[in-house]
Design a binder for this molecule. Structure first.
Ligand code: CA
Length: 369
């Protein structure tokens, strides 16, 4: 190499000229070694291994982080029950022992027992759809509130997916008035379940794997799950006649990634940026999958399996909305942070609804002209 070229080369690869004469200077070694350290993490999840869209979201996140980091951050993904129980994710990542996981993939409403405020970051009856949830979290101050809440548990949260508007559920009788919900035994978790209870129904918790059998045997009268793509796979059409919409109780359920704060703080800045970017990609990927695939599954349900589609009558939804407000007010009253989060939620909702009234709403009507 000519001297001139060599100088250029040295400059390009960022090795000080002094280092060349003596091979690699010893002072350069620690910096390089540090940069190339490989981190090996575990991610525990609430989903069965590789469960379509949700478990896949966790798998993708691990793959994308591996690709972007050039293999410097390797994350092994565990299905629910493989390392910790599906609903043990929060505690495991919060405690952050190596055996239990550095990272978790779940939905924040499962942690209402830790703090009722968590529910605002997943699904609120008559609350945000996916677009508005993203706007509140990324650009409306919601993420900061979520970070403050999770920091109390030594966790850092990310939004990492969304189901879009879910379906209202599977029933064996028509719901023509709010009276039809009285005494109804329905599998419906979270805040939606509390609303059903206020309407005189009986909200029951049933693990995913047992819903079909319970519905088929009449142990429960009705169930909600996700949307056509997932509901078709569960076979609910064999045990219930009517498929209701819309999913008033889950209008845009956010999925979360949580990282143990000690593990997070141990990462160099570029890996932190990579993890953050991967959650953004995961968020848009999952919503796109749901939006693209649900209607194909719905066509199979209606055309091949002769499922009867029904829309909840307006007066039923109006009553459920009124009861939802009561439930949310109760959640907000449980502690100061829940009140603070609910206030931010309400303020953002008021603002985004005013904007939607001039934009999304007329557009939705215009589509069908
Ligand atoms: Ca659901």
């Amino acid at each position: 190499m000519e001297n001139n070229d060599r100088r250029k080369f040295i400059k390009k690869v960022g090795i000080g000229a002094a280092a060349i004469g003596a091979g690699i200077a010893s002072s350069a070694v620690p910096a390089m070694a540090k940069k190339e350290k490989t981190y090996r993490w575990k991610m525990v999840t609430t989903w069965p291994p590789h469960f379509p869209m949700l478990g896949e979201g966790a798998d993708n996140l691990s793959k994308w982080i591996d690709e972007m980091s050039g293999g410097r951050l390797k994350i092994s993904v565990y299905g629910g029950g493989e390392l910790v129980p599906p609903l043990g994710v929060f505690d495991a990542v919060s405690q952050g022992t190596v055996e239990m996981g550095h990272m978790g993939h779940s939905a924040a409403y499962y942690w209402a027992g830790k703090s009722p405020a968590t529910q605002f970051f997943a699904a609120v009856p008559f609350g945000f759809n996916a677009q508005s949830l993203n706007a509140w979290l990324y650009s409306g101050g919601g993420m900061k509130l979520w970070e403050d809440l999770y920091a109390k548990f030594n966790l850092k949260p990310f939004i990492a997916g969304n189901t879009g508007v879910q379906m209202g559920g599977w029933f064996n009788k028509e719901i023509n008035s709010i009276e039809d919900l009285k005494g109804l035994k329905m599998r419906i978790p979270g805040l939606g379940g509390k609303v059903l209870a206020k309407a005189g129904g009986n909200a029951v918790l049933v693990a995913g794997g047992e819903i079909y059998t319970n519905l088929d045997r009449g142990v429960i009268d009705a169930t909600e799950w996700v949307g056509p793509f997932h509901d078709l796979k569960m076979g609910f059409y064999k045990a219930a006649k009517y498929y209701y919409y819309p999913g008033w109780h889950e209008p845009g359920t956010g999925l979360e990634v949580m990282v143990n704060l000690n593990a997070w703080n141990s990462l160099p800045d570029d890996l932190k940026a990579i993890v953050t970017a991967a959650t953004y990609r995961s968020n848009i990927w999952m919503l796109s999958e749901f939006e693209a695939k649900n209607n194909d599954a719905l066509k199979i349900l209606v055309n091949e399996h002769k499922v009867k589609l029904r829309e909840f009558p307006g007066p039923v939804l109006k009553e459920l909305k009124k009861l939802s407000k009561e439930v949310l007010e109760e959640v907000a009253s449980s502690d100061p942070i829940s009140r603070k989060v609910y206030n931010s939620f309400l303020e953002f909702q008021k603002n985004i609804y005013a904007w939607n009234k001039l934009t999304e709403e007329p557009y939705q009507q215009m589509k069908y002209l």
